[in-house]
Design a protein around this ligand. Structure first.
Ligand code: SF4
Length: 388
């Protein structure tokens, strides 16, 4: 028998439609809304979809019910224009294989479970790795999957089979919270994980809209994690995202509500005066938010994502000029800054963190073992953001 509070379509419907109405998130105004295969396949899904698209009365709504969400063609040959057309398009769909375990090797990151009630993201980070992945490259629309109860049932089955506390990560193939004011999904997910014996939620976001989360009973089973950069970096490289001030305010509110809160400072970008810029930012963050863990990371980019970034920022941008192009790519195929430069950057950041909070666990994301060794951090391998 399932060990969790069973989330049925009527529960979801009740949760989302009684007592709250969808609100448009601050940074997402779709011009076109596409209803793809499965999105309307029962009355509850239809009501959910309608209540959400009703908040965008100016958007054009199109039914393409014979096409799955990942085959929606936005008919734009130019990759940059296609990318921005996707950011102004909302696709509703059904995701039958939304719960997966990652299978990457070639760096120190452990493989981990992740799930997708959303696809992609309305923000416009110039370095976005996700924009270069094959699915998003072909169809870069922002997606909401309407089969959340089915997705949570899959998580229940996987967690019960594993029989031990296991994190399910939301934020690998999307922003985990950016669309929550529209869907209210957090109000179903957080109680689900709170009542589950084994499954735990780790959610990564750049959003500052946390109103839905603050009164929920979470029992510490939901860990909230914010991706951050200093304002000077955010203004140049993270367009259309909530400013870091707002994110810190949201983190603080969630920490006060008892959630374990983590920070991911990634990608660290060595702008001209990066040392004082990151130092000021870290000190402020650590003074204001009671963090549970902090993870640092650099740029680690695949070819298509880099192409898109260079189309947006020019080929000689601050990120590309430090990327090391050699024939012997790292084992995971990603391009990074030189190992020496990364060690220098992390070393400085860790020094500042230790001065503010000597006990705070520090980890590195998508890094190589020699980098951990050089920084005397091998004990934190496998204890980074996406896992418990
Ligand atoms: S928040 Fe993440 S997924 Fe969204 S644009 Fe930025 S890097 Fe890409």
């Amino acid at each position: 028998m399932a060990s969790y509070k069973n989330v049925t379509q009527p529960d979801l419907f009740k949760e989302i439609h009684e007592g709250r109405t969808p609100e448009p998130p601050l940074r997402f105004r779709p011009e076109r809304i596409i209803l793809s295969r499965g999105s309307l396949s029962d009355p509850q899904r239809r009501t959910l979809v309608k209540s959400i698209y009703s908040v965008y009365p100016d958007a054009v709504v199109e039914e393409k019910l014979d096409i799955p969400h990942n085959r929606i063609d936005l008919s734009e040959p130019d990759p940059v224009r296609l990318h921005y057309r996707g950011k102004r398009t909302l696709v509703f769909g059904e995701h039958k294989s939304a719960v997966r375990c990652s299978s990457e090797d070639g760096n120190t990151c452990p493989n981990y479970w992740h799930f997708s009630p959303y696809g992609f993201c309305p923000y416009d980070c110039k370095y976005c790795y996700l924009a270069g992945t094959p699915g998003v490259w072909f169809s870069p629309a922002v997606k909401i999957f309407t089969n959340l109860p089915e997705i949570l049932s899959q998580i229940d089955r996987a967690a019960c089979k594993l029989g031990k506390q296991t994190a399910f990560y939301l934020g690998k193939l999307q922003d985990g919270l950016a669309l929550d004011p529209l869907t209210g999904y957090s109000r179903v997910m957080v109680p689900f994980f709170a009542s589950h014996q084994y499954a735990r939620l780790i959610l990564l976001t750049k959003s500052s809209e946390v109103k839905n989360l603050l009164d929920l009973e979470h029992r510490g089973h939901t860990i909230l994690s914010w991706s951050l950069n200093p304002p000077e970096v955010c203004r140049r490289f993270e367009a259309n995202t909530p400013p870091p001030d707002g994110r810190i305010k949201a983190m603080k509110a969630c920490a006060v509500a008892g959630y374990p809160v983590r920070a991911v400072i990634m990608p660290i970008i060595p702008i001209a005066n990066w040392r004082p810029v990151y130092e000021r930012f870290l000190v402020r963050l650590l003074e204001e938010v009671n963090l549970d863990r902090i993870t640092l990371g650099g740029i680690c980019i695949y070819r298509s994502a880099r192409q898109l970034m260079e189309r947006k920022l020019g080929r000689k941008n601050t990120i590309s000029k430090f990327l090391v192009d050699n024939k012997d790519k790292p084992a995971d195929g990603r391009t990074r800054f030189s190992r020496r430069q990364r060690i220098g950057i992390y070393g400085h950041m860790i020094k500042v963190i230790r001065e503010c909070n000597p006990e705070l666990p520090v980890a590195l994301c998508l890094e190589e073992k020699p980098v951990f060794e050089a920084l005397n951090l091998t004990g934190s391998i496998g204890r980074c953001n996406c896992v418990l």
